[in-house]
Design a protein around this ligand. Structure first.
Ligand code: BES
Ligand code: ZN
Length: 464
């Protein structure tokens, strides 16, 4: 009796030990691979990139000098890491304006230029401002509008109709002022205005209306046509050519911003972490090709990334395994406690699944699959490549931080070093997992689209 009890105990012990020993390799293997990334991600380094982009350079609007400076900073960083890097010129059409009230001591008003606005030569246009009410019908425009600048208020009719009425009345420029507090960012839809159309706040509009009761007001509008943006593309080729697959993984983040926004979180954060992951991956043995895309002109309609995808050959698209896109990964806004992993169709793919799994390995269940577009993963998805965007949001509501697209998108207001670090560790682990040679093959990762559905994406030079 005693003997058999001992035997059972010994057997049980052996069973326990062997199960630990046999279970261990998998867990350790995952842990060890993750640690190659997590032990190296340096949030402070990434933060320094955000500092250069958002503070030294500042707002980086598509096609401006500042966007060009940012592109060159990013290129320098990739080259210092030893990656062959090119700046890809992207054709765009973007108008940027300024508005100076000459009769009010050359006071400069902050303006947003309407999408679809016309532009001027470098002298701009100088003319009197003529109020035209809401500008919703031709009768709102007095005869003096001819050759002058029409001032209309937002409301009741589309911006395009106001602009077109003004142009028909002979206006050489249009100012639209808001009808409520806050910013105004008009788009003219399909109407392409021959004259500049700019938007100002309700406060500034009211100031002009008040002045116009007293005296004539003269203004200069300069509207510059910007025609070039830039993608920065760095390439990592497989180290061991014998083991190399022909697969390509695209890592992307846009580095441009909207006007007046320093873009610390949108999207200094994603750009900076892409540079940091590029630094770490440099030391790893990777059998796949990695292309890092710092995309320009995202904020004017995903123009840089669409151009990049359109430039890929059919063969390159067929070899493309995945796109990891980071856009707004590190807000310090407390309620944004989830990392949404947005796929365009809401379906899981190799990117989302590797990221959810990496989150789980880190004991983090806030990396969450969601349906969403509005960033550079969209053109990849449309070309049939498994793609996802990482963006921090409030769970359930999906709300973004209140500083989104404002001058308050700064490191001080809107960056959490801790969340930046966490994103780097989890997204970096997921990326490295996909880059390792024994991960699921290309056939399994491709999202299935018919040849017919794919055909439009092989048309070159499509600007949409
Ligand atoms: N960083 C945002 C991402 C985003 C995604 C914001 C979803 C809000 C919702 C991105 O830069 C952005 O602002 N995108 C534009 C759309 C784009 C096609 C011009 C937007 O959402 O207004
Ligand atoms: Zn963005």
């Amino acid at each position: 009796m005693r003997k058999s009890k001992v035997l059972i105990l010994v057997l049980a012990l052996i069973l326990m030990v062997t199960s630990i020993v046999f279970a261990a390799p998998n867990e350790n293997a995952a842990g060890a691979f993750d640690r190659r990334i997590t032990a190296r991600v340096d949030g402070e380094r990434a933060l320094e990139h955000i500092r250069v982009l958002s503070e030294d350079i500042g707002p980086r609007v598509a096609g401006t000098e500042e966007e060009w400076m940012a592109a060159n900073y990013i290129k320098d960083q990739f080259e210092k890491l030893g990656y062959p890097t090119e700046i890809q010129e992207v054709p765009i059409s973007n108008v940027r304006s300024n508005l100076i009230i000459t009769t009010l001591g050359n006071m400069e008003l902050r303006v947003n230029t309407a999408t679809g606005s016309g532009y001027t030569d470098s002298d701009g246009i100088t003319a009197e401002i003529i109020p035209a009410g809401l500008g919703n019908s031709p009768e709102d425009f007095p005869a003096e509008v001819e050759g002058n600048i029409a001032l209309v208020q937002r409301g009741d009719a589309p911006f395009a109709q106001k602009a077109e009425n003004a142009v028909n009345a002979g206006a050489v420029g249009v100012i639209i002022y808001n009808n409520a507090a806050g910013s105004i960012n008009p788009t003219l839809g399909t109407y392409s205005s021959p004259v500049p159309v700019v938007a100002i706040t309700l406060a500034d509009g009211s100031l002009l209306i008040d002045e116009l009761q007293e005296q004539e007001v003269v203004a200069t509008i300069k509207a510059e046509h910007l025609t070039k943006s830039w993608n920065v593309v760095a390439t990592s080729t497989p180290k061991n050519q014998k083991k190399a697959t022909d697969q390509i993984v695209h890592v992307s983040a846009h580095y441009d911003s909207v006007p007046f926004a320093p873009g610390a979180n949108d999207n200094g954060s994603g750009t900076a972490m892409m540079l940091e992951l590029a630094r770490i991956l440099k030391g790893q043995n990777i059998d796949k090709e990695v292309r890092f895309l710092a995309a320009g002109a995202e904020e004017i309609g995903l123009v840089g990334s669409r151009y990049y995808v359109n430039q890929l050959t059919e063969d390159e698209i067929n070899r493309s395994l995945a796109n990891f896109n980071m856009d707004m990964i590190a807000t310090s806004w407390e309620p944004a406690s989830y990392m949404y992993i947005n796929t365009v169709d809401g379906q899981p793919n190799i990117v989302s699944e590797s990221a959810v799994a990496a989150g789980a390995r880190h004991g983090n269940d806030t990396y969450y699959l969601n349906a969403g577009g509005s960033s550079d993963h969209v053109p990849f998805h449309q070309a049939g490549i498994a793609a996802a965007n990482f963006i921090r949001r409030e769970p359930d509501t999906g709300r973004l931080e209140p500083w989104y697209h404002t001058p308050a998108d700064t490191i001080e207001n809107n960056i959490s070093l801790e969340r930046l670090q966490e994103a780097g560790e989890i997204i970096g682990s997921a990326l490295f997992d996909v880059l390792r040679k024994d991960t699921p093959n290309l056939e399994k990762s491709r999202i299935r689209m018919s040849d017919e559905a794919l055909a439009p994406f092989f048309i070159k030079g499509d600007q949409q």
